[in-house]
Write a protein that binds this ligand. Structure first.
Ligand SMILES: Cc1ncc(COP(=O)(O)O)c(C=O)c1O
Length: 437
């Protein structure tokens, strides 16, 4: 008897294969990444760092973690990295724990304008523990307003200036942010969870030379396993005067390492660290640069094609993998659009637009992203077809038969774009759990 879990995994694999995946934070990891994730390394406890563990038997996982560190340093030009955070959220939590005492100040990008929960939302520990204010985008252009950030930083004098977003389709000016941070004596932290792969490929501004500390996830444009990382372009003496037992200033790297473990985590997930190493190795190949170029070209083609069909694209286009669509002129909310598109086999997420009159669970927009479909081998002409299907679905929102027909058409179309991985079940399935309900 096969465990039904494998039936559900196979059902999910088929869902991923048969639908158009436009969620900007998702991607398809390679078979090599999946092999490392499903390896015996999951059995190993390895608290500590390579060469300095609290457990025996770490000689092989030490090698794995060292390779992950070295590849990551090469990828971004970092002097120091920590590859252990279990997720982007925990990377951010660890950085704030290393930098701040409860009650100290953070200035970060407004969640409702595209920021992230872990940058000071009251729903997250960052908002509960620290004193947070936000900057946002301009109401006319929806672009970041560096003058506003400057003004707010001078007035609020944060200990941490935090940058980075979950839904911002444009590049960031790290040099401008660093000069603001320096003027007010703040530590500049960049969270590049979304565009990390595009930055690694050299296609967007790299924050490493400018920001004190950089965090990221590894599973979005970077196309690795789910996970987090912390990096520094250059290590520096911690600004709090903490000393080592020898009486020399403790380096920021030491504070960050102890903030990850034991600050916010226990044992590192060595199978995930192995999979990160594999993904970093893939990202160092020339093919990854070409893939990343296509991700951006596809996002731009999708934005242009939707514009031609009368859709409002926030900021007028995109520099990265994200397209933000304001649906207000189409008389459909983000929530409705998400549901209708799902019925047609197109997966997107509803998204607040800046200054949105709707609450988050309804929202006036949708966020589209091209990393996953580009991994399947799609190009600009596919994007034009997808824009046509999105429009077709949204204009037949109440026609269930039409949506079902569209879903069938899309499933057929996707046969030409196989997923990069094989069925997940360990042995042939004898029972189709998904269809049996
Ligand atoms: C900017 C940003 N930071 C952090 C995270 C959190 O990453 P994770 O889901 O791995 O905790 C996300 C995830 O969407 C994100 O977009």
């Amino acid at each position: 008897m096969i465990d039904p879990i494998f039936g559900w995994i196979e059902a999910e694999r088929r869902r991923q294969e048969e639908g158009l995946e436009l969620i900007a934070s998702e991607n398809y990891a390679s078979p090599a990444v999946l092999a490392a994730l499903g390896s015996v390394l999951t059995n190993k406890y390895a608290e500590g760092l390579p060469g300095r563990r609290y457990y025996g038997g770490c000689e092989y996982v030490d090698e794995v973690e060292r390779i992950a560190q070295e590849r990551l340093k090469t990828l971004f030009g970092a002097e120091w990295v920590n590859v252990q955070p279990h997720s982007g959220a925990q990377a951010n939590e660890a950085v704030l724990l290393a930098l701040l005492k409860p009650g100290q100040k953070i200035l970060s990008f407004e969640l409702a304008h595209g920021g992230h929960l872990t940058h000071g939302s009251p729903l997250n520990s960052s908002g509960r523990l620290y004193n947070v204010r936000h900057y946002g985008v301009r109401s006319d252009t929806y672009l970041l307003d560096y003058d506003q950030i400057h003004e707010k930083a001078r007035e609020f004098r944060p200990a941490v200036l935090m940058a980075g977003a979950s839904s911002y389709p444009r590049d960031w000016d790290w040099t401008a942010l660093r000069s603001i941070a320096d003027e007010v004596g703040a530590i500049l932290v960049a969270d590049i969870a979304h565009p990390a792969g595009l930055i690694a490929a050299g296609l967007l501004n790299n924050p490493l030379p400018h920001c004190h500390i950089v965090t990221s996830t590894t599973h979005k444009t970077l196309r690795g396993p789910r996970g987090g990382i912390i990096m520094m372009g250059k290590d520096f003496d911690n600004p709090f005067g903490e000393l080592t037992p020898k009486g020399t200033p403790k380096k920021m790297s030491a504070l960050l390492d102890t903030a990850v473990f034991p600050g916010v985590q226990g044992g590192p997930h060595m199978h995930v660290i192995a999979a990160k190493a594999v993904a970093f190795g893939e990202a160092l190949q020339p093919a990854f640069r070409e893939y990343s170029r296509q991700v951006i070209r596809n996002a731009q083609a999708l934005a242009d094609s939707l514009k031609e069909r009368g859709y409002t694209i926030l900021t007028g286009g995109t520099d990265n993998h994200i397209v933000l669509v304001d649906l207000r002129n189409k008389n459909i909310t983000g929530r409705e659009a998400e549901k209708v598109l799902e019925k047609a086999g197109i997966t997107v997420n509803k998204n607040l637009i800046p200054y949105d009159p709707q609450p988050p669970l309804i929202a006036s927009g949708i966020r589209l992203g091209t990393p996953a479909l580009t991994t399947r081998g799609m190009n600009e002409s596919d994007m034009r077809q997808i824009a046509a299907w999105i429009d077709e679905a949204l204009t037949s929102a109440s026609d269930e038969t039409h949506l079902k027909r569209l879903k069938d058409t899309i499933r057929e179309y996707l046969r030409a774009y196989p997923l990069p991985y094989a069925p997940a079940a360990p042995t042939p399935l004898t029972h189709d759990f998904a269809s049996a309900g």
